[in-house]
Design a binder for this molecule. Sequence first.
Ligand code: 5GP
Ligand code: SF4
Ligand code: MG
Length: 476
Amino acid sequence: MYNINGLNEECGVFGIINNKNALRIAYYGLHSLQHRGQEAAGITFKNGEYFETIKGRGLVADVLTDEVISCYSTRTAIGHVRYATAGGLGSANVQPFSFKFYDENLALAHNGHIGNAKDIKKELEEHGGVFSSTSDSELLIHLLRHEKGDFKTRLINSLNKLDGSFAYVLMHDDEMYGIRDKNGIRPLSIAKLDDYSYVLSSETCAYSVIGAKFVRDVLPGEVVKIKEGKIESYFYNDNCSQNLCLMEYVYFSRPDSTIDNINVHFARKLCGKLLARQKPVEADIVIGVPDSSISAAIGYAEESGIPYEIGLIKNKYVGRTFIQPTPELREKGVRMKLSANEAIVKDKRIIMIDDSIVRGTTSKRIVQLLKEAGAKEVHVRIASPAIKYPCYYGVDISTYDELISSQLNVDELCKFIKADSLSFLELDSLKKALNNVKYNDKNEHENRYCSACFNGDYVTKLYDALEVLNMNKQEL
Ligand code: 5GP
Ligand code: SF4
Ligand code: MG
């Protein structure tokens, strides 16, 4: 089957301006965004008149050591943590990207994916553009250099050429910018630190770590400019709407983050409660797959009245299962990572909650673990709808053949993972419930979220990805 690996990445961005501890704060901020990407990290900061960049493969603490950070003193820094599929992990693609021109300095960190990158690159190359990476993230800088006029005009015109998902943190000489795409697919927010420093971050969990106070989310299509302790804001497009990635609530974000006014733990608990109402089953205990399913499992237990137990223990010192590149290694990773708590699960009828099924590896392995530990029945309840379509907005859900729910129906999948029963959360009710929390109304605003990987309803044009998508559909 045709693969489109290398397109997808899930990342975190961070920025701090006007603080004497900018480098250390960027380090702590990025460290708290580490769950969004563990394969590479980097920072760009002002060093005298110019921008300096330290970046490389590995975790934040590996790349940004105390020795390196202590060498510099700066008041402004942006940073990035990166997750990338195998095809896209050349070190040239590690962010931030920084450029020095005769008349300005520019640097950026990007979370998302630009759908029309190929077309834009082609056009720019025809006009003499030279790219230093294969990533779509540096495109904005090239576009900015091609536009004429003041910086604001150049930025607005450039952003309007990009179609896809983006949360950018950008440094332009003495200014820092936070920019969110007009569909608001990827999260970004602003916080204040002390009297004059502002912080930008993909997730609000970074703020408590550094003692910053959340100000607000950057809005879809909004450009927030921060300079000399002041914020200026404008929109690059008149046609903006909210389509936050539903998977941010389901899996990606940390439970202590709040995105677009909804706390992630709260959203997950709500998913668990809805699931208990929609897909009840008789059982003795409810367990969650640590860590990302604990909130949903608590919600399921609370709603059903069935006790919540710690039936699975995670070894915290093994990296996320997804990092392992081959299926074989992935399976080993799961085995190293999780153990059943035999004293709790033996002879029990168990409801096992997981946040999502992608390839089905995790669920299959855990059902086996629980049965080996003596569980009488294992009923798997997934606190999100079935993932059937690839994501083109910056997330590692890349091909149909990797998505087990696009190959098997629920009954077949239940047999594949060898569970006693299997159910998923219903998409419409999930959207309605989240809207109800946020907008306090049950019936309107049903399209406030991107849910393309669940229902194929893509928020933007797909460009060359559409061809691959259709080809894959025919093959199925
Ligand atoms: P599977 O084993 O079915 O391929 O993956 C699903 C499991 O992996 C879930 O337990 C989920 O918590 C975890 N997971 C790790 N990385 C990702 C990711 O990028 N997306 C999703 N949806 N789940 C992931
Ligand atoms: Fe998020 Fe899925 Fe939309 Fe991708 S397709 S942005 S993972 S909801
Ligand atoms: Mg999990």
